[in-house]
Design a protein around this ligand. Structure first.
Ligand code: GDP
Ligand code: MG
Length: 177
């Protein structure tokens, strides 16, 4: 986890978007601090967290931005997207509506962000398999159609969270190199 003494070769801004309560803040907390909280408060104040990783022998500082409870449609401002080179589009596999809203988030992202932004679709809360409302196949198909990376995660069980960030950061790294 974050080693401040490291020399940084790259800083990549990545934004988290998606409906409220899908687990964005817990995904970030898992990635940045390897922590999880079951009764997480709605995000207030904190704008971003960072973690420095080594990718292909270079030190890459990921600056991950989390919405401060602005998840209502169109409430996320363009300042949030400014300079972002990656985006994680999150839904909750147990809440169909959060998946049905993904096209809107994608539209908003495409309207405000750089056209070359690397996007990963994330279905979170796979630990709640018995409450699943979004088949993996539906999301996979959507991601393929839209040219997005796709993974299902559990912030609670720490499943695929690291992989999701590594996927995005590596792709960004390959684009700039
Ligand atoms: P946000 O509004 O998208 O930032 O969502 P939060 O990160 O605040 O999470 C909303 C709620 O879902 C909280 O009660 C979290 O503890 C819970 N949560 C987040 N990720 C997971 C997960 O992977 N599994 C389960 N079971 N609950 C989760
Ligand atoms: Mg939050």
């Amino acid at each position: 986890y974050g080693d401040a003494s490291q020399k940084v070769d790259y800083v990549f801004k990545v934004v988290l978007i998606g409906d409220s309560a899908v687990g964005k803040s817990q995904i970030l907390s898992r990635f940045a601090r390897n922590e999880f909280s079951l009764d997480s408060k709605a995000t207030i104040g904190v704008e971003f967290q960072t973690r420095t990783m080594v990718i292909q022998h270079k030190s890459v500082k990921a600056q991950i931005w989390d919405t401060a409870g602005q998840e209502r449609y169109r409430a996320v401002t363009s300042a949030y997207y400014r300079g972002a080179v990656g985006a994680m589009l999150v839904y909750d596999i147990t809440k169909r509506q959060t998946f049905d809203h993904i096209p809107r988030w994608l539209e908003e992202l495409r309207a405000h962000a750089d056209k070359n932004i690397v996007i990963i679709l994330i279905g979170n809360k796979t630990d709640l398999e018995d409450q699943r409302a979004v088949p993996t196949e539906d999301a996979k198909e959507f991601a393929e159609k839209e040219g997005l990376f796709f993974l299902e995660t559990s912030a609670l069980e720490a499943t695929n969270v690291e992989e999701a960030f590594v996927t995005v950061l590596t792709e960004i790294f390959n684009i700039v190199n």
